[in-house]
Design a protein around this ligand. Structure first.
Ligand code: XIL
Length: 356
């Protein structure tokens, strides 16, 4: 892929030349890209864990670059709902206040997720009305608390099974019905905040066309029955070697409903786990992939560009390095461990700066 010469990079080169001709040492001039949040009319989001907000350098970089926040896990049921059925809102509140203080939008993530089968609900398994009531109460309480502040919610997260052929079997679907538990969650969320944009959110929609098709058939059924679904989230956890065009094709398909699209959890993994050093070629392809994903998003009709969210701030924050330790050296994000903008960030800034 050829690098496009932007007005900004032309100015940067001119400045570098001036510096050289004045006898400066031969280090190339590196101009940091302008803050991402200044480049686009739609929000540029990042996920965050509450504990990091107490680190001033982290907090300042986050607030300077991004205009929307997603809680990485503290707004999930695993945090909010205690075993005894009570609620815990301290950390989600702290994330919400940070967003307000830094003039950032807030995206709620995630109300109902197969991976968060909570004991308070397990106790009601198979009990009909008490289960359905607790489901409604939970959604009303959480969405209601952030009404007017969270502009949007991932109402059901990852509804499609990994084989891409069917919906997941989970505590919620067994008690409330396969499509019905999703429609109900959307209705309750809508009741709690009629202005919030309500999403279904899933992953590998660009990698697995069958999963995308199953997801789209679900959306079609929900819309047909009048469920208040008003947005589509595509996580976009991808690798540097994803075939060219896959993200654009997924976005085009998903946009066919005319609903807003949230590119909701982007990271681009460098792949292998135990490489002694990362080959430069991979990094180049990763940078090009970032530019490709941004171009694909910009190809959507402007009114459908809901937000473009990165799953983590600095490389040392990535979940891919996480507990399982599968990719302990991965560098999938926009900022390095010292908080310095990487070429991946520059690539996004270039696309958004030209087209945003
Ligand atoms: C991940 C978080 O990044 C981790 O910190 C947490 O332990 C598990 O969940 N899809 C999602 C996100 O919708 O909620 C997941 O986040 C990543 C995959």
């Amino acid at each position: 892929m050829t690098t496009k010469i932007t007005r900004r990079s032309a100015i940067a080169s001119a400045l570098a030349l001036t510096a050289c001709s004045q006898g400066a040492k031969s280090q190339p001039a590196v101009t940091p890209p302008p803050p991402l949040r200044t480049l686009t009319p739609f929000p540029i989001g990042c996920c965050v864990q509450e504990r990091w907000l107490h680190e001033p350098e982290y907090a300042d970089l986050l607030g300077e670059q991004f205009s929307q926040l997603t809680a990485e896990w503290e707004m999930k049921m695993e945090y909010i709902l205690r075993e005894d059925g009570g609620f815990k809102f301290d950390r989600p509140d702290s994330i919400a206040s940070f967003a307000k203080a830094r003039d950032m939008a807030l995206h709620g993530h995630a109300l109902i997720w197969y991976a968060n089968e909570n004991d308070a609900f397990k106790r009601l398994d198979g009990r009909g009305k008490p289960f359905a009531d607790a489901y409604r109460n939970y959604i009303l309480a959480v969405v209601g608390r952030y009404r007017g502040q969270a502009r949007s919610w991932d109402v059901v997260n990852e509804p499609i099974a990994d084989d891409g052929e069917r919906l997941r079997d989970c505590l919620w679907s067994r008690n409330l019905g396969v499509d019905d538990h999703i429609a109900l969650a959307l209705e309750h969320a809508h009741e709690a905040d009629p202005n919030a944009v309500l999403f279904l959110n899933d992953y590998h929609l660009e990698l697995k066309p069958n999963k995308r098709a199953t997801f789209m058939r679900l959306i079609e059924r929900l819309l047909k029955r009048g469920a208040p679904l008003s947005g589509i989230g595509t996580q976009t956890h991808i690798d540097y070697d994803l075939p060219q065009g896959a993200v654009a094709e997924a976005l085009r398909d998903l946009a066919s409903f005319g609903l807003p699209i949230h590119l909701s959890e982007l990271d681009i993994s460098l792949g292998d786990h135990y490489l002694p050093a990362l080959p430069g070629d991979r990094v180049k392809r990763q940078v090009a992939k970032y530019a490709e994903v941004a171009e694909a998003f910009m190809a959507l009709p402007a009114r459908q560009r809901f937000a473009f969210t990165i799953w983590g701030l600095r490389d040392d924050n990535t979940w891919l390095r996480g507990n399982s330790g599968q990719r302990p050296k991965d560098q999938p994000l926009l900022f390095d461990e010292a908080g310095k903008a990487k070429a991946t960030c520059r690539a996004l800034a270039d696309v958004f700066g030209q087209r945003g």
